[in-house]
Design a protein around this ligand. Structure first.
Ligand code: ADP
Ligand code: MG
Length: 663
């Protein structure tokens, strides 16, 4: 083996460049972060040919003294870190002192920089990292850096570049990301002579989101919550505006864009049972936490971070988003076709489609810690909860609630369980209890109390809900107008009409009711057992999960020849639908849903609810229609069917009058 030598600086820089400078977009990211660290309030980015031949970043930040300007291009040269201990409390975007050295080593650079108040600035030219010219120069306060001929001396890297269009779009995406990270900085981007992005730098994230994503995204639900000294703020999409990929999920940790599976899971957990399969929420979320609670020094481009407490981070994001979603009234308006579509602003470049079944790609450890995070979430006043539980009757009377899913007018429709809401610091916009109390619901009958307030709930929470209800102005009376196409219930309330999808609504009501009952699902014994023929694997899977199936209301036996015998099925399921339900259960189990018992249970509840619900196209009697409409009109939380389809759309008198040209 040849003798060991220490690599010359320029080779070491080239190697480092491989990590930091992947493509023009990564150069722009580093230069923008430097401008932000320099305290700039205005930054302009200009690129030509996708940034490959020309890339200029101009800022009005603090500038550099002549000596510093030269030192800045040396490896590990930084003004942001002095001692090893500083690594634990990083408050700047940069700290590694590698970016300029790395960029310089693979390009030709012109730098002009002047600190405010200095008479002259400095002008430098570098070729492949070597300073070839240096002079005094008259220039404005701040720094302008021009990168030309990126990768001119590294043909291997050059080969990996895509077309200028693709690289240019990636630069735009990187700039958009920085604009969302730093709403206090006015950012302008010019691409081949055309301005493609301008943000005002007014400090408002909403404005920045609007500038980057356009009008659609400004309608997102605002998130603002505090948790153990962590704050979460930003915007999340409503379940009806979910996207087909995760490309529109943007997370910032202490203003730094990061990729984190933990954050994605926490976000998506808040949408559980509200999204269709293959749909993903969009978000722009800023998580701010004390510098010591996060390690940013784990990735060369600093896009990954390590959290001191993953559980606290998960809870902060999960509950913050959940609260935002519950707070948002969401009955989409009926949309009439518009004659013209507005120009859509440039969207970030498409990224490789992420795996759809993300939850299944996690390690068992991750799953454990996530579900533990869910279960361990602090509960409000456990003492009070226990006391309340002791006061409740031990046995819930066997009324017909589970039996008859929809009751006659005036009948109560059970509420979903309240999730334990962890205690948080109260602040300007306090979060409502989860899920949101049905503000217009009548005071529950005392006899209903055991079902409506699960044992672990303190009576105080219930009280609060009622008090809130009293504070609200009474909603105008609603009236059942009729049914359209045997599918949509038409309801009128004041100046508003509502179209309720009877199947989706009923499905959601049943689902919530089944889910509210956290214990075993009641079953009905079948007079004559039902034989269901399945594939051998499906039959095996069901039989192997017999205990779980029993909790779900099924009693299942082996019958040989890939056939199973159903002796008991869930109360709400009709025997005709049982075979199909069992099949889809087996499919869920086979699809690997078994890691999380909750998810399988939810899936089954979806299936049972879907099967048991009244169907579109069916003749439904008025009393049933009325009961469904009543639940939807009185419960603010009935927004989506368990698959994420909206339950109710509104059509205002104004909208109708507009169609008839009366306004
Ligand atoms: P880091 O940002 O990690 O410190 P860089 O290589 O990106 O390392 O930059 C090196 C140093 O150059 C910075 O620490 C900073 O002092 C200086 N610098 C870089 N860009 C600018 C800028 N736009 N304005 C002022 N100073 C800058
Ligand atoms: Mg830097």
């Amino acid at each position: 083996m040849p003798a060991i030598i220490q690599l010359p600086t320029h080779i070491a820089n080239l190697i480092a460049a491989g990590e930091v400078v992947e493509r023009p977009a990564s150069v722009v990211k580093e230069l923008l972060e430097n401008a932000v660290d320099a305290g700039a309030t205005k930054v302009t980015i200009e690129i030509r040919d996708g940034g490959m031949t020309f890339l200029r970043v101009t800022d009005n930040g603090c500038g550099m003294e002549p000596e510093d300007a030269k030192t800045a291009f040396l490896r590990h040269a930084t003004s942001k870190l002095r001692r090893a201990e500083d690594l634990g409390e990083i408050s700047t975007m940069g700290f590694r002192g590698e970016a300029l050295a790395a960029i310089a080593s693979v390009s030709r650079i012109d730098l002009m920089t002047k600190p405010a108040g200095a008479l002259f600035g400095t002008s430098l030219h570098l070729d492949g990292g070597v300073i070839t010219q240096q002079s005094e120069a008259g220039c404005p306060d701040g720094t302008t850096i021009i990168i030309r001929d990126l990768f001119f001396n590294t043909p291997a890297r050059m080969k990996f570049m895509k077309s200028d269009t693709v690289e240019g779009s990636r630069v735009t995406a990187a700039v958009q990301l920085q604009a969302l990270a730093h709403p206090q900085v006015a950012i302008q981007m010019v691409r081949d002579g055309k301005t493609v992005l301008t943000t005002p730098g007014d400090g408002s994230l909403q404005t920045a989101v609007y500038c980057v994503y356009g009008r659609d995204f400004a309608a997102m639900a605002p998130v603002q919550s505090k948790w153990d000294g962590y704050t979460l703020s930003g915007y999340v999409s409503k379940p009806t505006d979910a996207r087909p990929s995760r490309n529109f999920q943007t997370f910032f940790v202490n203003d730094r864009p990061v990729k984190s599976r933990l954050l994605i899971s926490a976000l998506e957990e808040a949408y559980r049972n509200q999204l269709m399969v293959g749909k993903f929420p969009a978000c722009v979320l800023h998580l701010t936490l004390p510098a010591h609670a996060v390690d940013v020094n784990v990735h060369p481009a600093k896009t990954e971070v390590k959290f001191l407490s993953e559980k606290a981070v998960f809870d902060c994001v999960h509950y913050g988003v959940l609260a935002a979603l519950n707070k948002t009234p969401d009955r989409p308006d009926v949309q009439f076709a518009k004659p013209h579509r507005e120009a859509v602003p440039e969207k970030p470049a498409a990224q490789a489609a992420p795996k759809q079944n993300f939850f299944r790609t996690m390690t068992p450890e991750e799953f454990k810690s996530f579900s533990a995070a869910m279960q361990d979430a602090p509960q409000p006043q456990p003492q009070a909860a226990k006391a309340a539980a002791a006061m409740l009757p031990k046995h819930i009377p066997e009324t017909a609630v589970l039996h008859s899913p929809v009751m006659t007018p005036g009948g109560e429709i059970p509420l979903p369980p309240r999730k334990p809401m962890p205690q948080r610091e109260e602040e300007a916009a306090p979060l409502p209890p989860l899920p949101e109390a049905p503000v217009t619901a009548p005071r529950p009958e005392p006899a209903q109390a055991p079902r409506e307030a699960p044992a672990e709930q303190p009576p105080e929470t219930q009280q609060e809900g009622v008090q809130q209800a009293l504070d609200m102005p009474p909603a105008p009376e609603w009236r059942l107008v009729g049914e359209l196409y045997r599918t949509y219930i038409l309801v009128e309330q004041g100046e508003e009409a509502f179209l309720i999808d009877k199947h989706a609504a009923h499905e959601r009501i049943l689902f919530d009711k089944l889910k509210a009952n956290q214990e075993t699902i009641s079953g009905q014994a079948l007079l004559s057992p039902l034989a269901v023929r399945l594939t051998p694997t499906a039959a095996g899977e069901l039989l192997a999960n017999g205990a779980m199936l029993e909790e779900l209301g099924f009693q299942i036996e082996e019958f040989g020849d890939s056939t199973v015998l159903l002796r008991q099925i869930p109360m709400d399921l009709s025997p005709e639908d049982a075979a199909e339900a069992v099949e889809s259960l087996a499919a869920d189990l086979l699809n690997g849903r078994r890691e999380q018992k909750d998810t399988v249970r939810d899936e089954l509840l979806h299936t049972v609810a879907c099967k048991a619900a009244i169907k579109a196209g069916w003749v439904t009697d008025t009393q049933e229609l009325y009961a469904v409409a009543k639940a939807v009109m009185e419960r603010e939380d009935l927004k989506y069917c368990p698959h994420g389809r909206p339950i109710c759309v509104s059509l205002s008198k104004k909208q109708v009058e507009k169609q008839f040209k009366r306004t």
